[in-house]
Write a protein of this length. Structure first.
Length: 272
């Protein structure tokens, strides 16, 4: 009777999600400790308020420069840097994608044997462990200033990005279609071409265009360390406080990125 009574008394009561930490004293201890940590971290930050005030004034000038960007004064440098960034981006994307495809096949456990799998996964881990700007600084020190260092950096970064995502897509593909091709007596290359490739091709095209977008944006950053591209022109504009020229360069970058995003949507829609 007591059990029946308890059930009846709980009927009609709204369900409440149980807290992540069940014990209330532990939950409040964690909350108070987290707040204390944030306060302590904030107090350790040294803030020069006079410099902040000066920076806000420069920031205001920079934002206002977007209302009147200067495309003409340094049009030659802007055009040359933009062409260099586009060429570097396309070349690095093509080379990086071409290298990424066999590495992704080797990094998929359901396709490659264990030794090949471990080697390819190691290549991906190394590529993803090193941030682009660090690789660019190293390559600039080796090959000197110019687009070659930027091209190699973007190609290296593309391999780690595309290989990992494509390998995961291959590992999660539909096994029924692939096994049907293999059961028909197809060779390994035929199995890849007819069993694996049709399933991952839309994903590969989408990732490739997305990486092209990333590489173009990264080319502007790599130029700040001397790896070629429009970033060098942008850095010079900032150093000279030519905010109207810097605004013009950023607007061009935004337009190109938006165009690539639109192109990506159109291509994915047609492929799928």
């Amino acid at each position: 009777m007591s059990a029946t009574f308890d059930v009846q008394t709980k009927l009609g009561q709204p369900w409440k999600k149980p807290p992540f930490v069940q014990r209330s004293w532990l939950r409040w201890t964690l909350i108070i400790g987290f707040i204390a940590y944030l306060i302590a971290a904030y107090l350790t930050i040294e803030v020069n308020w006079s410099r902040v005030y000066e920076g806000l004034e420069r920031g205001k000038k920079f934002i206002l420069a977007f209302t009147n960007p200067d495309f003409a004064t340094r049009s030659g440098d802007i055009w040359e840097g933009m062409i260099e960034s586009i060429v570097m981006t396309v070349a690095a994307s093509v080379v990086g994608i071409a290298i990424s495809i066999p590495i992704a096949l080797g990094a998929a456990r359901n396709v490659a044997p264990l030794p090949v799998y471990l080697i390819c996964r190691g290549i991906i881990a190394i590529s993803r462990a090193l941030q682009e700007i660090i690789v660019a600084i190293l390559l600039v020190a080796i090959f000197g200033f110019g687009p070659l260092a930027g091209f190699l950096t973007l190609s290296f970064a593309t391999i780690g990005f595309l290989s990992k995502l494509l390998a995961e897509d291959i590992e999660s593909m539909d096994r029924v279609q692939a096994e049907a091709i293999k059961a028909s007596g197809a060779r390994w290359t035929q199995w890849i071409n007819y069993g694996v490739q049709p399933q991952v091709m839309p994903r590969l095209i989408g990732l490739s265009i997305y990486r092209l977008d990333i590489n173009f944006r990264e080319s502007a950053i790599l130029g700040l360390v001397g790896a070629g591209g429009i970033g060098a022109t942008l850095n010079t504009a900032f150093d000279r406080y030519e905010y109207d020229t810097a605004a013009a360069i950023l607007l061009i970058i935004i337009v190109i990125v938006m165009a690539l995003e639109y192109l990506s949507g159109v291509v994915r829609a047609r492929v799928q």
